[in-house]
Write a protein that binds this ligand. Structure first.
Ligand SMILES: Cc1cc2nc3c(=O)[nH]c(=O)nc-3n(C[C@H](O)[C@H](O)[C@H](O)COP(=O)(O)OP(=O)(O)OC[C@H]3O[C@@H](n4cnc5c(N)ncnc54)[C@H](O)[C@@H]3O)c2cc1C
Length: 392
């Protein structure tokens, strides 16, 4: 007896996105994986490569795939982005944070600016003329934005901003920062912090030092000393900063999950290939149950992660609130991709540590992903509030 099909439940990607996936996969296999160990210098894609890759992407019809049609792009949504980010996650060729080769790197919040702000910041960013960074974390306020010390005090048509930001990716190349600052400390994160666009060349903005890390990223420490920011550069209403940050962080968390799909997949490819060819005690590693189970666990987790990431992206494209889905997908994706890299390293033995293979970089990067844009523990705390509300 066959069951009646449920017509409106469909786990297949639409044709258009399947084609996008195939194209990006070929691009990664042909253009990126062969150069993945030499493509970066100081953790930046070499400038000559950036141009070449962007030109190839344009030839393949990938340029601006995620830019809305009204701004000249292909208008694809977060489901398409998950697909692209997952494919790109299979290689270490690109810096692990904040680089797009298929068009401009546009922060999601820029699409929510008012018309004047869009003209000044969104459109030039789409044209690739402006770079941005996100300045939220501080020495005394990382996962807990409510204890933020950077303060924006309104003085007529301006805000005067004073404070310090830490771990800011891409600050050295940024033309403007999306900065979060306290406007009313007594209200904490809900109602007390606001978001601003700050010109990085404004008097009083000082890049202090790039932080050396166990990963290749070098995020910056920045001081803001009496920086005057016009009121028209505030994003949304005063006190709405946390709401805006939640929005762009949710998309960022889905990006983590998507990248993790690619990492697990590549680790499965590398681990399986090696397990089949490496013989110990007269048998290939692939014949050993201990090794098979490592691969099988990663395979199951890959499937779970795909469902979580695509479900969240689909809900986002439908206009739904995805905060809880984004917490879950990020926690699960970052953790399981780190474990997948660790298993892959174990299967390779000493070669797993070799810098001519990508495994050690996946391993370092994915460990760092479990901390940035919300450490697992803090996201679980936020998720716990959701669970207690839902089931209490
Ligand atoms: C490579 C890199 C790039 C970054 N890029 C940016 C950027 O571009 N812009 C930006 O604004 N920030 C950026 N960050 C900052 C990053 O998002 C923060 O480091 C992260 O949010 C954690 O903040 P923190 O380091 O202050 O840790 P803390 O908030 O001090 O937390 C420390 C640890 O304590 C634990 N913990 C904290 N609170 C709780 C709790 N309530 N319950 C249980 N455990 C808890 C967690 O394990 C956590 O890892 C970057 C960081 C790195 C390393």
């Amino acid at each position: 007896m066959t069951a009646l099909p449920v017509d409106d439940l469909n786990f297949e990607l639409p044709e258009e996105i399947r084609m996008l996936k195939d194209t990006v996969r070929k691009f990664v296999d042909r253009e990126l994986i062969p150069i993945e160990r030499t493509a970066r210098e100081d953790n930046r894609l070499k400038p000559e490569l950036r141009g070449q890759l962007a030109a190839k992407a344009k030839e393949l019809g990938l340029a601006g795939y995620d830019v809305p049609r009204e701004y000249g792009g292909l208008g694809m949504g977060l489901v398409a982005k998950v697909t692209v980010w997952a494919e790109l996650g299979r290689t270490i060729a690109l810096p692990s944070r904040g680089v797009e080769v298929f068009g401009p790197n546009v922060s999601p919040i820029l699409y929510h600016l008012d018309d004047e702000q869009k003209k000044k910041y969104l459109l030039p960013t789409i044209r690739g003329e402006l770079n941005w960074c996100l300045a939220q974390t501080e020495p005394d306020a990382g996962g807990d934005p409510g204890s933020m010390r950077t303060i924006a005090v309104r003085e007529g048509d301006y805000y005067r901003i004073n404070g310090m930001k830490r771990f800011i990716t891409g600050a050295e190349e940024a033309d403007f920062a999306q900065l979060i600052a306290a406007t009313d400390r007594s209200k904490g994160s809900h109602g007390g912090i606001s978001a601003f666009i700050v010109d990085m060349k404004a008097p009083g903005v000082k890049l202090l030092r790039a932080q050396e890390l166990v990963i290749d990223d070098r995020p910056w420490e920045i001081a803001f000393e009496n920086v005057r920011v016009p009121v028209e550069n505030r994003i949304g209403e005063e006190g709405d900063g946390f709401k805006h940050a939640q929005h762009w962080l949710s998309v960022g968390r889905i990006r983590h999950a998507a990248r993790a799909i690619g990492v697990i997949e590549r680790c499965l490819e590398l681990g399986t290939r090696y397990a089949k060819q490496r013989v110990t005690f007269g048998q290939p590693l692939a014949e050993r149950q201990a090794v098979q189970w490592m691969l099988v666990d990663s395979f199951m987790e890959l499937h779970q992660l795909r469902l979580m990431a695509y479900d969240a992206a689909w809900k986002y494209d439908c206009g739904r609130d995805i905060r809880a889905e984004a917490y879950m997908a990020k926690i699960f994706g970052d953790t399981q991709s780190y474990i997948a890299a660790d298993r892959c390293m174990e299967i390779h033995g000493g070669m797993g540590l070799a810098t001519d293979l990508p495994i050690e970089k996946f391993w370092r990067d994915q460990r760092s992903m479990m901390i940035t844009e919300g450490p697992n523990e803090i996201l679980k705390m936020a998720l716990a509030r959701h669970v207690l509300r839902t089931y209490g």
